[in-house]
Design a protein. Structure first.
Length: 193
């Protein structure tokens, strides 16, 4: 378990699936952390919880790291997986999530590929933001990529300059545009040397 004076990191367990689902929805722009969930939110969260509770999806608890306080309260989470597994897991994930998907999955590029450790999701709860938890989760992911010999990659929304600057400050560089989820994103990678 990695720790700071304020937060600790641990590998997720299946019982974290409801929290991981909320993080995933927040990362998708659902912003469910600071408001009461609507009926549609609850339907989406039910599907996402199923995805996070399985072992064969992109969003499985097996790929998640949880940040929490010393007292065990959730602070945030990240989900990162090997690109070599992406396409097969994408088919399973999107098949299970068919009822909540609003874009044409056939036109979507693969976000990750062999040789990559892809950071899919990183969310910190609003009350814990700007206190170091996000950086702690990012550094864990970058270290994991280095230890496994994989290239750390992610995508960033084209209009999210704040996130883009953060990723650049951590050594990631633009590599190409990627068409995913019905729009273009900037794919970034940690380029060594």
């Amino acid at each position: 378990m990695e720790e700071t004076t304020r937060f600790k990191l641990r590998r997720a367990v299946r019982e974290d699936a409801p929290f991981l689902a909320r993080c995933l929805m927040e990362a998708m722009g659902g912003e469910v952390m600071e408001r009461e969930a609507t009926e549609r939110d609850r339907r989406v969260l039910k599907v996402l919880e199923q995805l996070c509770g399985r072992e064969d999806t992109l969003y499985s608890w097996l790929f998640a790291t949880v940040a929490e306080t010393e007292g065990g309260a959730y602070v945030g989470a990240s989900i990162a997986y090997r690109g070599v597994e992406y396409h097969e897991r994408r088919l399973v994930s999107f098949g299970l999530a068919r009822e909540i998907i609003t874009f044409d999955t056939e036109k979507m590029e693969d976000e990750a590929e062999a040789g990559e450790l892809y950071l899919d999701t990183l969310v910190v709860l609003p009350q814990w933001r700007r206190q170091g938890a996000g950086g702690l989760l990012m550094r864990r992911w970058l270290r994991q990529a280095e230890e496994t010999g994989l290239t750390a990659t992610l995508i960033c929304a084209l209009d999210n300059g704040k996130a883009h600057r953060l990723y650049e400050s951590m050594g990631l560089r633009d590599v190409r545009r990627a068409f995913v989820f019905g729009e273009y994103y900037q794919k970034m990678a940690l380029i060594k040397g």
